[in-house]
Design a protein around this ligand. Structure first.
Ligand SMILES: NC(=O)c1ccc[n+]([C@@H]2O[C@H](COP(=O)([O-])OP(=O)(O)OC[C@H]3O[C@@H](n4cnc5c(N)ncnc54)[C@H](OP(=O)(O)O)[C@@H]3O)[C@@H](O)[C@H]2O)c1
Length: 342
């Protein structure tokens, strides 16, 4: 990477931000070319970067002066303000939040699916990446769509508490310890107690709608990503907050345009570099969150078809939400944008 390039990681202290630093380190980006930014709360916090230390700075408009690439791992409310500021300072901006996913003027990029967007002409210098669940779903559906056509996919996403960032992780830790000591905890980060519980709600509900923003996001993002290729499978389902820390599990039912035996479906999934097929259930081999940390692929297994409805394929998948589902998309998109002419 050109030594004049400067990269700002905004939200560097968060669940996704820390993974962004780890991915940049793996890409060989030297610490001198990085600025770690967060809110005022984390000013002067020290973050490890290989053998170096990065001191976190408070984010201000001046933070983006001379920055070539701003990777935003911030809440949507902060991204809405910071992305235009970074863009005005001349930086390429990649945002991990939901702030721009519904904005037709901001390209939605899943680097393993539509990398061509990053080299094409578009208005402005901001792009955004899909949610962790959409990343997994699009990765699974893409090879099935190519081989058989896909009508729709129904999903139950079992989302670890890190989907709610550091606050979510801290809350599950505290509630679990409290409950094991006989104390009934209060809920702060989640609408109800998450310790030893399951919540059929992840994030807020849309106004006047039975769907949560998370769930509606899957439909919207799939429509944007597949829609650009002409055929949009309908994706819908339920997001469930579960009391595990990292990794999201997805129970997925895919309606194919033509019936496919399991062997053919497995072969189609194996053609994708974005996926790893772990499917030997009698040998206890299947996707599990405990296997996913740090793995850039989405794990898929438990493939089944049902004789009475042979066009339906059922499977289970797991994605590393903070890594593959957040940080890696940010870093892969950002590094490609840096290759564009200024
Ligand atoms: N967690 C996931 O699985 C996941 C996956 C894909 C995408 N995302 C998206 O990625 C974003 C970050 O998620 P996360 O889970 O990493 O959240 P998080 O752990 O809560 O981290 C949020 C980060 O943003 C910083 N921040 C908050 N307000 C800020 C402001 N006004 N200015 C500058 N920095 C600010 C925080 O700094 P302080 O330390 O100072 O508070 C922290 O570093 C969210 O939009 C989320 O939807 C998350």
């Amino acid at each position: 990477m050109n030594e004049n390039v400067r990269i700002a990681v905004v939200g560097a202290t968060g669940v996704v931000g820390r993974e962004v630093l780890s991915a940049l380190f793996d890409q060989g980006v030297p610490s001198e070319q990085l600025t770690a930014l967060a809110s005022e709360r984390s000013e002067a916090v020290e973050l490890e970067y290989g053998e170096d230390t990065l001191e976190v700075e408070k984010t201000t408009p001046e933070s983006f002066r001379g920055v070539s690439l701003a990777l935003l791992a911030t809440p949507a409310s902060a991204s809405r303000t910071l992305a235009p500021v970074a863009q005005s300072a001349g930086a390429w901006v990649v945002d991990a939040s939901s702030a721009f996913r519904g904005d037709g003027n901001v390209p939605l990029v899943l680097p393993s699916f539509n990398p061509e967007v990053l080299g094409a002409t578009f208005k402005g210098r901001i792009v955004c990446v899909p949610s962790a669940v959409s990343t997994a779903l699009v990765s699974i559906i893409a090879p099935l769509q190519k081989a058989f056509g896909v009508v729709r996919a129904q999903v139950t996403a079992m989302m670890g508490v890190s989907s709610a960032g550091v606050t979510g992780v801290n809350e599950l830790e505290k509630q679990t310890a409290g409950l094991l000591s006989g104390r009934e905890p209060e809920a702060h980060a989640f609408p109800q107690r998450i310790g030893f519980n399951l919540l059929p709600q992840v994030g807020p509900f849309l106004a006047n709608s039975p769907w949560t923003e998370e769930e509606a996001g899957w439909t919207l993002e799939a429509a944007r990503l597949f829609g650009a290729r002409g055929e949009t499978p309908v994706i819908a389902g339920t997001a469930v907050q579960v009391p595990s820390f990292y990794g999201h599990g997805l129970s997925v039912h895919v309606q194919l345009k033509q019936a496919a035996p399991v062997e053919q479906a497995r072969a189609a999934l194996k053609t994708s570099q974005a996926l790893k097929v772990l499917d030997a259930p009698t040998e206890k081999i299947y996707p599990m969150p405990m296997l996913i940390a740090g793995d850039p692929t989405v794990h898929v297994g438990r493939l089944r078809t049902f004789p009475q409805a042979p066009e339906w394929l059922t499977l289970f998948a797991v994605v590393d939400n903070a890594g593959r589902g957040g940080a890696l998309n940010l870093v892969e998109a950002g590094l490609r944008l840096l290759q564009r002419p200024a």
